[in-house]
Design a protein around this ligand. Structure first.
Ligand code: SF4
Length: 369
């Protein structure tokens, strides 16, 4: 059976061969999804529901289901805040793009297709190209495009680094090449980004039964004003402390929704990212070269480290890498070894909306490439 060359795998190899070795040769992963990964997955699941023609209530249901099982070691309050964040971002997303008329042709489209030598057209005997395209859409002007959703923490303004970086990013090239090989004659990529909030849940005043704030002095007695009313503000110089509690998840959701309504452009942006045929051709040559280099590393057991602050500081394998862990040793807590190196692709089916099959004349479960 061929090995699968995904975008993540290439990325891991190019970042650090050792990281690729841990992740894609040994199948070692963190046992709990890290928060950014979890939020991104929950958000993607909800957008998949929308892409398949579901409504907001069905999409929010998908998020509730995703967060149904609360891991014991994770703080309950933090869990609820995280879920509320994803829910409110989704509501804002639907509101933000309600007047944008895209036709969803396919959603969450997994692919596994032969990797071709760009010189000869012959298929690799070792590797297949694999991945999952978030969607294929028909744009308002009728062109077909790959749609890529991302939940990021980046500046989305039109002149930001994000959009410049995407002009040279490989994931998009891979998806355009794959979509065309699957028979979708895509002409563009619609990059659809949601930004995570930079605001946070705050403290709110505790109210008494009459709705008044509670301010206590150093003795724990309630402070009154000169007119005999309950004081409503703290004063550290006098030792008056306003009694507060953390926001509930619902209150946090209201705060976030208000910020989204005020500054939607900070949270949501879409841009077309062009890919020229020349870009795609260069990418296919690069891909062929990368598979050869990975194969050499495998055959010669050469999994060098790329050790610097730009790689190690963000690496989930830092602890086992720096502690001299080696294959065969017992894995420390927090890690598992997977049999399936690409769980994100497994069990996924291609959904093709009925209206689209007519448009494209293909079913993505039966690749025409
Ligand atoms: S900690 Fe650094 S050297 Fe080790 S696998 Fe990660 S990136 Fe590579």
């Amino acid at each position: 059976m061929s090995q699968l060359l995904t975008h993540s795998r290439q990325d891991a190899f190019k970042t650090c061969r050792k990281k690729h070795y841990f992740s894609y040769e040994l199948g070692i992963r963190q046992s709990e999804d890290a928060k950014p990964l979890r939020m991104g997955s929950a958000y993607h699941e909800a957008l998949e529901v929308i892409g398949n023609g579901g409504d907001l209530s069905q999409a929010t249901e998908a998020i509730y289901k995703y967060y149904d099982e609360h891991p014991n070691q994770y703080d309950q309050y933090e869990w609820e805040i995280e879920r509320e964040t994803v829910l409110r971002l989704l509501c804002g997303y639907v509101w933000r793009w309600e007047n944008c008329h895209l036709t969803h042709v396919a959603t969450e489209m997994s692919f596994n297709i032969p990797l071709l030598n760009p010189e000869t057209g012959a298929a690799s005997k070792v590797w297949d190209m694999a991945g999952k395209i978030d969607g294929i859409v028909t744009l308002e002007d009728g062109r077909l495009a790959v749609m890529e959703h991302k939940l990021l923490s980046e500046d989305l303004s039109s002149d930001s680094l994000l959009w410049k970086r995407l002009r040279i990013e490989h994931q998009i090239s891979l998806y355009v090449v794959a979509a065309r090989r699957l028979g979708y004659h895509v002409e563009s990529v619609l990059y659809d980004v949601t930004c995570k909030p930079t605001i946070k849940p705050s403290q709110v005043a505790i109210l008494d039964e009459n709705g008044a704030k509670i301010v206590l002095d150093a003795h724990g007695d309630r402070v009154r004003t000169e007119r005999g009313l309950y004081r409503q503000t703290g004063d550290t110089s006098k030792g008056y402390v306003l009694q507060q509690r953390p926001m509930t998840a619902e209150e946090w959701g209201e705060k976030l929704s208000a910020d989204i309504a005020e500054k939607p452009e900070k949270y949501y942006a879409r841009q077309e990212v062009p890919r020229l045929d020349q870009d795609l051709s260069e990418y296919e040559y690069e891909l062929w070269d990368i598979q050869r280099t990975i194969r050499e590393a495998q055959l010669n057991d050469r999994h060098y480290r790329t050790c610097n602050k730009n790689t190690c500081s963000f690496c989930s394998y830092f602890s086992i890498c720096t502690n001299g862990w080696k294959a065969g040793d017992t894995l420390p807590d927090g890690f598992v070894q997977l049999q399936n190196l690409h769980p994100e692709l497994t069990g996924e089916t291609t959904n093709v909306n009925s209206n689209t099959t007519a448009e494209t004349g293909i079913a993505s479960t039966s690749p025409t490439a």
